[in-house]
Design a binder for this molecule. Structure first.
Ligand code: HEC
Length: 166
């Protein structure tokens, strides 16, 4: 019997994740008591998205600052990835995912209490990365550099306000 209960609980958790449901309500919270919480997985999910985005932004930063030679094809590929992920990030911050047992987050609670401002900075990133894609498609380094710098500023603007250091 206890085994069967665990299976049901795991299945519910998987189902909720698959459907993108962020909260079960009271019954769900009780079920999730000693299983990895949905919030912990949401936190890990958004951190993973940021890691992949930063991994693709780093070569762009290197090219924009002259630490790596400009390569138009490479710049376009990386810019498209950064832009793609920037459109997914909001999904990583559903209500109730501001903290979770067993996971450390650098997301400030103000994201959820000042959502309009956070969304504005997210939209700003999406606008700048879309412009970066357009710039890299020209193959023109002179157009690429300011667009990469503007994207970097969009990252920093949000980190300054909504990301804590440790
Ligand atoms: C609208 C807000 C916002 C924007 C824009 C933003 N970030 Fe972040 N970033 C965050 C927050 C909040 C966290 C902390 C997430 C957490 O720990 O739960 C974070 C975390 C990160 C992390 C750490 C991930 C980890 O493994 O813990 C990296 C790397 C990162 N961001 C890079 C970037 C880069 C590069 C850009 C721009 C291309 C960017 N971010 C734009 C808000 C933002």
């Amino acid at each position: 019997m206890p085994n069967r209960f665990v299976n049901v609980r795991t299945a519910l958790g998987a189902l909720a994740l698959a459907a993108g449901i962020s909260s079960f309500g009271g019954a769900g919270l009780a079920l999730a008591a000693d299983a990895p919480s949905v919030s912990a997985q949401q936190i890990e999910y958004r951190q993973a998205m940021y890691t992949v985005m930063a991994g693709n932004f780093a070569p762009l930063g290197a090219m924009a600052t002259g630490k790596a030679p400009f390569n138009a094809k490479e710049a376009q590929k990386r810019a498209e990835r950064v832009a793609y992920i920037s459109n997914m990030l909001s999904e990583g911050f559903p209500p109730g995912s501001n903290q979770a047992k067993g996971t450390h987050t650098h997301a400030k609670p103000e994201i959820w209490s000042n959502r309009a401002e956070f969304d504005k900075l997210m939209k700003n990133l999406q606008t700048e990365t879309a412009a970066l894609v357009v710039a890299t498609r020209t193959g023109d380094e002179a157009k690429f550099k300011p667009a990469a710098a503007a994207t970097g500023k969009a990252c920093k603007a949000c980190h300054d306000k909504f990301k804590q250091e440790d």
